[in-house]
Design a binder for this molecule. Structure first.
Ligand code: GAP
Length: 432
């Protein structure tokens, strides 16, 4: 079973590279640990994830305000938020090979994972990346790359309230990059140093926190199901005591059964009034004409972990040995390519011209449409299956007389003849 799971991770990493989802960061220079680059299909998948998230949690709601804050923020933000003092992991160094590890990730306490040497004392290592702003290199010019998008929302709380006068409860939402100097980046895009988060800070009256905690817990589950992550592999973990982040009074981690073990996918935290209080921000309650400091429920989603959980959930194989057919059973709404269009034979201009007209029409309609005339039709189907394209449309000699095309379904490999003028509706119907 363990071997099978390791194989799955290797299969996914290799597929992701070969087909243009995810490449090693700075690969031509030997890479840079903890960084990955998204290729054409990876960026399409990521954009679909982010757009669906924004549609569900911002555009379709009446109580959510989207923002896009700067990654570089005044260092005072990170002092007030507690990150300068407490955003650290325990670091140990091997006395022999000098490799460094997170103390809680040693396979055997006090022993180096790599050479078996003894590790030294553990010390706290702050995970924020530091840089300098402007031309002066002194401590007053130190800034941090944000380790969470959340603070961009807290410090814009007053701006949004002043511009829009929302009534409690309401939320701010943001999608963007976050950076953490992880001691041991690992497991492909699972734990990286540069990643993306999709976060909401939902502001409410303190007495309502339990009600909304439950509400957001269900909303997160509904997202996980909607996007196509395998629900059987998702588990909730009540985070206890010392494992709680410094700002949280209650946290549930949504964990996923990754091939390397059950690990955090998303988090839901009750941040109390910790952040607004520390930033000395408040809300003027018009009803009672009093100042209150709203409390916060924070649903937090990693984009990269979503993408990894999706690849792992979607990967399927039909048949075995030579006959094995691997495919990614993505929901059409997240699939990087909705449909591929092919002339049956590459070198027949009458088929190519006809196919190209259909390709253009579908591209105008759906955008994510691929032209594929490489290799024979079997190879094309195989390639499209591996990147998770739900439908392949083939223009053959019959098309020239009956104006119908063949549409092949990725999951069943069944084919149907569809009239040229009905293709768009056929796909739209299936997508809903
Ligand atoms: N604002 C709350 C916060 O940042 P977190 O649990 O530290 O909480 C939230 O991070 C989410 O961000 C995680 O559930 C995960 O999806 C993602 N994440 C955190 N660290 C990551 C890393 N090093 N690499 C990839 N994703 C990460």
């Amino acid at each position: 079973m363990e071997k099978e799971q390791n194989n799955l991770m290797e299969t996914i990493i290799s597929l992701a590279k070969r087909r243009g989802f995810v490449y090693q960061g700075s690969e031509v220079y030997g890479g840079l640990a903890g960084t990955w680059d998204y290729g054409p299909l990876g960026v399409a998948l990521k954009n679909n994830i982010k757009n669906l998230w924004w549609k569900k949690f911002v555009d379709s709601r009446e109580d959510m305000y989207g923002i896009d804050a700067a990654i570089l923020m005044n260092s005072a933000v990170w002092k007030a938020s507690g990150h300068v003092d407490t955003f650290s992991d325990p670091l140990v160094e091997c006395t022999k090979c000098h490799h460094r590890f997170r103390a809680d990730q040693l396979e055997k306490a006090g022993i180096c994972n790599d050479c078996g040497g003894k590790t030294g004392e553990s010390r706290q290592f702050n995970m924020m990346f530091k840089t300098q702003i402007g031309a002066v290199e002194d401590s007053s010019a130190t800034v941090y790359l944000r380790p969470e998008t959340a603070q961009g929302m807290f410090v814009n709380f007053k701006n949004v309230v002043d511009s829009f006068h929302p009534k409690l409860p309401f939320g701010l939402a943001q999608i963007g990059k976050a950076f953490r100097n992880e001691i041991t980046p690992r497991d492909f895009i699972f734990r990286v140093r540069e990643f993306e988060q999709m976060e909401m800070e939902f502001f409410l009256r303190s007495e309502d926190w339990e009600k909304y905690f439950e509400y957001w817990r269900n909303e997160m589950l509904s997202w996980i199901e909607m996007i196509g992550i395998d629900m059987d592999k998702v588990h909730e973990l009540e985070v206890e005591g010392a494992d709680l982040a410094h700002y949280s009074k209650r946290t549930i981690d949504f964990e996923f059964d990754f091939p390397f073990g059950r690990s955090e996918l998303y988090g839901l935290a009750y941040r109390t009034d910790f952040d607004l209080n520390n930033h000395k921000l408040f809300y003027q309650d018009e009803g009672t004409n009093t100042k209150i400091v709203p409390h916060v429920i924070e649903p937090s989603f990693g984009v990269d972990r979503t993408l990894l959980a999706l690849l792992l959930s979607a990967y399927k194989e039909d048949g075995s040995g030579e006959e094995a057919r691997p495919y990614l059973a993505f929901n059409p709404s997240v699939a990087p390519v909705i449909c591929a269009v092919s002339p049956l034979l590459k070198n027949k201009p009458e088929l190519r011209d006809y196919a190209h007209l259909i390709y253009r029409q579908l591209k105008d309609e759906f955008g994510r449409v691929m032209w594929d005339d490489n290799g024979n039709i079997g190879k094309r189907y195989r390639r499209q299956d591996e990147i998770g394209t739900p439908w392949c449309i083939v223009i053959d000699f019959d098309t020239l007389t009956d104006n119908s095309v063949t549409i092949r379904d990725r999951d069943t490999a069944k084919q149907e003849r569809v009239k040229k003028e009905d293709i768009v509706d056929y796909i739209k119907d299936k997508m809903n």
